[in-house]
Write a protein that binds this ligand. Structure first.
Ligand code: MV4
Length: 450
């Protein structure tokens, strides 16, 4: 087992990994930028190393600085958290060249899933349902037009190096295709240094549903069921829940089985998330895979009682799935998470500054994952997530009532937050009835605030 792990992250996820290390009896080493000297991840780690100035490129994204810290602290492994370097195959390779275990999949698997067109082809080959679309990278707008005629409009053009909503264009007719193709290509080339594009049939009003898996180094893969993540605004998730009101036990079993078989064949290791779109006929289609722990992982932890971060560490150290899980996966009750972000309610811009009052809710079935505290600051350089509020109930109704009261009792002053918007979501009749898709927030925001 590892004796010492470096956490290549900050904020609530760095604290979350520290919790896992403490419970496993592993020493945790924090890294921090000059803006994070007074952060809780520094305070609760066993050791902490300053790696540079506040700017991401000079600190948390500076691979030589992070690796040097790991060498100086003499760690056995690096946990990357989410975002930052978590899906950077080069970083994983450098770590392993230094004899430091990267807590994630083998670099070639990270690279495969990072190229969205290749990931799509690999899933198709293994029998995971994908949307009708192009095969291989689109060579020209002429080739794109041929595929679009075959697939039928509307289609969506996506950047192979993109993901998470960047570099996409919806195309509704032949006439507009050439211009949108060129625009997507230049945007992708500028944003990702790679202009490769592919095409899919466009799904109107989809639901975003993702499956959580765990995989060991010996080909054992298990599914921990799905999370419903349709409540998003500008590709930022606001609320996630599990189970989805639209996934039947049969569908969960069917998708889970094909995913486990596929990921075993691919040689996947680590926690992982497979994103699907569900159409209005409740058919599910693979869109992308994330090879890291996700922000919303607690929703799955609450319904399965599996500690996903401890599992990641044990699996990376070479433990077998049956040792990690010690029994079958059982789903109990319903969980909901609200991502509380520091942002202005109308402008949607990050709201950095000092937190002048902070009182998180508690009580039965309530969990708060946060690195925030009263008189602490939200630095302007990073992600604006302040806290994740997670509740569990015996069923969806109890989870909804519990989340509504917990949001009512969450006091954060000094910065604007998404809490008022989340209170509106919880009060909404469509949400309460489970009628959610990716157009939910648009519709809510068009209605007068009552
Ligand atoms: C789509 C789609 C409709 N059809 N693909 C946006 C994020 C990225 N991960 C994939 N996205 C979408 N892909 C096809 N073929 C609609 C979206 C989409 C979306 C997906 C999930 C959650 C919110 C969304 C908001 C707008 C568009």
């Amino acid at each position: 087992m590892f004796k010492k792990i470096l956490i290549a992250n900050r904020g609530e996820i760095a604290l979350r990994v520290i919790c896992a290390c403490k419970e496993l009896g592993i020493r945790a080493v924090a890294i921090y930028s000059e803006a994070d000297r007074n952060s809780l991840h520094v305070r609760f780690a066993d050791e902490a190393i300053c790696i540079g100035p506040p700017q991401l490129a000079q600190s948390y994204l500076n691979i030589p600085a992070v690796i040097s810290a790991a060498e100086i602290a003499n760690v056995d492994a690096i946990h990357p958290g989410y975002g930052l370097l978590a899906e950077n195959a080069n970083f994983a390779e450098v770590a392993e060249a230094c004899n430091i275990k990267f807590i994630g999949p083998p670099p070639e698997v990270t690279r495969l899933m990072g190229e969205k067109e290749k990931a799509r082809a690999a899933m198709k080959k293994a029998g995971v349902p994908i949307l009708p679309g192009s095969e291989g990278i689109l060579g020209s707008d002429g080739e794109a037009l041929e595929w679009a005629r075959q697939v039928g409009f509307p289609v969506i053009i996506k950047a192979s190096a993109g993901g998470g909503g960047r570099g996409m264009r919806i195309v509704r007719s032949e006439e507009e295709l050439p211009a949108l193709f060129q625009a997507a290509q230049s945007e992708a080339a500028a944003a990702f240094g790679n202009g490769d594009l592919y095409m899919e049939k466009f799904v109107e009003r989809p639901r975003h549903i993702e499956f959580q898996v765990l995989a060991d180094q010996y080909g054992q893969v298990v599914s921990l069921g799905e999370r419903e993540c349709s409540i998003q605004r500008r590709h930022q998730k606001l609320l996630e829940e599990s189970p989805s009101t639209h996934v039947t036990p049969e569908l969960r079993e069917q998708i889970g089985q094909v995913l486990c078989k596929t990921l075993s064949e691919i040689g996947y290791v680590n926690a992982g998330t497979i994103e699907f779109l569900m159409d209005e006929d409740r058919r599910m289609y693979f869109i992308e895979m994330n090879t890291r722990i996700q922000v919303e992982h607690p929703v799955t932890e609450m319904v399965t009682d599996v500690d996903l971060v401890k599992s990641q560490i044990l699996l990376a150290a070479g433990a077998r799935m049956d040792e990690v899980l010690q029994g079958p996966i059982v789903h109990r009750g319903h969980a909901i998470e609200c991502r509380i972000n520091a942002e202005h309610p109308e402008k949607f811009t990050p709201s950095a500054g000092k937190i002048t009052a902070f009182h998180p809710p508690g009580g039965t079935g309530v969990r708060v994952d946060t690195a925030a505290y009263e008189q602490g600051t939200i630095p302007p350089y990073y992600d604006s997530l302040i806290a994740k509020l997670i509740v569990r109930g015996k069923d969806r109704n109890e989870a909804v009532s519990r989340m509504a009261r917990a949001l009512e009792m969450f006091i954060i002053e000094g910065v604007y937050t998404t809490i008022p918007l989340q209170r509106r979501i919880l009060a909404d009749a469509d949400f309460r009835a489970g009628r959610v898709d990716t157009t939910f927030i648009e519709k809510l925001l068009r209605r007068p605030n009552g």
